[in-house]
Design a protein around this ligand. Structure first.
Ligand SMILES: *Cc1c(COP(=O)(O)O)cnc(C)c1O
Length: 384
């Protein structure tokens, strides 16, 4: 924003840009600076409309074009098939833990509605616990006994024959495990697989032959908190429990083009700017290559060090969330303080895991990861 009419504002913007740090927050997480600058420029008047996106009617032509563009860009980025609907909802992924069973558990008209769950970390535990309020929960597999360091072998999953769906959390943000692919478990013959993709959506392509519903909150890898994205195969709409709140009924949301109730308009607008940014980056395949390089650099560094360690089985380490520990945990506070001073923030691990965690979503450049590695190497050296 270089407004010659307003040098004070221009100076303020320049100072803010210079203050930006590498932000490893698990969520709400870093956004591309380019996107934030564009939003700042469009804040007071969007595209000559004279109003901010925040001040627009969701029924206005302007906002309808913002929503339509965001949906089209997301469909293109993730190669979403024609028979899948994209919904922009509210309630977050924790909301979906109830909304998914309310929309899907009665799909089979079974006497007792039932769903399968593979438990691979903190988030899938929360999901199956919430689902118990709505039907029978079959824990098909769990790695809780292994402290979630690996994903249970698919050959050992005990899936029920009469379950309405199987739920997976394909990237466990807190423990740091990620499915490198979703296995074939009968999707070809009608099994429905639902995935919580909150923390790795758009970091890699989606195999739509293996996933029939994906959902996620936006605040990890897309945009601000407040918008929840649900992508659902069309034939799965229309099975909602009669007590499902209308605002959370996927069929109603789809019929009304995500406008059954007022959608989170500003969050959708920012998400749309991120989709455009992703397209300028070369789309999901190009971003995936960068994510592979970032994760490899960090894990390679951790693995050659006796000072730091990551405990996750290499077959399922997350490219997005990298938990690690210092061998000498008495240095944790010093590590965090010195990292902060070096412009590397939000590295403290989740309280249930301890240690550190670097979340390196799409918006984290390779330079940020290299700066972290340089800092860690120097911290190790100075501690010797
Ligand atoms: C952050 C997160 C959640 C919780 O999201 P809310 O927006 O707080 O509901 C659920 N699942 C996963 C995988 C997450 O990363």
């Amino acid at each position: 924003m270089n407004d010659p009419q307003n040098p004070a504002l221009a100076a303020m913007m320049q100072r803010a840009v210079a203050e930006r740090v590498y932000n490893f927050s698990p969520g709400p997480a870093a956004l591309p600076a380019e996107v934030l600058q564009q939003a700042a420029e469009e804040m007071l008047s969007w595209h000559g409309s004279g109003v901010s996106v925040m001040e627009m009617s969701h029924r206005s032509r302007e906002f309808e074009s913002i929503l339509a563009q965001a949906e089209a860009d997301l469909r293109e980025l993730l190669q979403v098939p024609k028979d899948y609907r994209i919904l922009f909802l509210q309630g977050g992924a924790i909301g979906e833990n109830a909304i998914v069973p309310l929309n899907l558990m009665r799909r089979l008209d079974a006497e007792r509605p039932k769903a399968d769950f593979v438990v691979t970390g903190t988030w899938s535990v929360k999901t199956e616990q919430e689902a118990r309020r709505y039907g029978e929960v079959n824990i098909a597999a769990s790695s809780v006994e292994q402290k979630f360091v690996r994903i249970p072998d698919v050959a050992d999953w005990k899936l029920a024959d009469d379950s309405a769906y199987l739920h997976l959390c394909t990237n466990e943000t807190i423990v740091g495990v990620e499915f490198q692919e979703v296995p074939e478990v009968g999707q070809k013959h009608g099994r429905v697989v639902v995935a919580d993709v909150s923390s790795h959506i758009l970091s890699r392509p989606v195999d739509w032959s293996r996933l029939q519903v994906v959902y996620g909150g936006a605040q990890k890898n897309i945009g601000p908190a407040g918008v929840t994205i649900v992508i659902v195969r069309e034939d799965l709409l229309g099975h909602a429990h009669p007590l499902c709140p209308s605002a959370f009924n996927w069929r109603l949301a789809a019929e009304h083009g995500s406008m059954y109730n007022t959608p989170p308009t500003y969050a959708i607008y920012i998400a749309g700017l991120v989709f455009q940014w992703l397209k300028r980056q070369g789309g999901v395949p190009a971003v995936e290559q960068r994510n592979i390089a970032k994760a490899k650099a960090l894990y390679d560094f951790l693995d050659q060090s006796a000072f730091y360690r990551n405990e996750i089985d290499p077959s399922c380490r997350s490219r997005m969330n990298v938990p690690f520990f210092l061998a000498d945990e008495s240095r944790n506070e010093a590590f965090l303080a010195q990292a902060r001073a070096a412009g590397l923030v939000q590295l403290k691990g989740h309280k249930s895991v301890g240690g550190m965690r670097a979340s390196i979503y799409n918006a984290m450049p390779l330079e940020g990861v290299m700066a972290l590695i340089d800092f860690m190497r120097e911290f190790e050296r100075s501690a010797a």
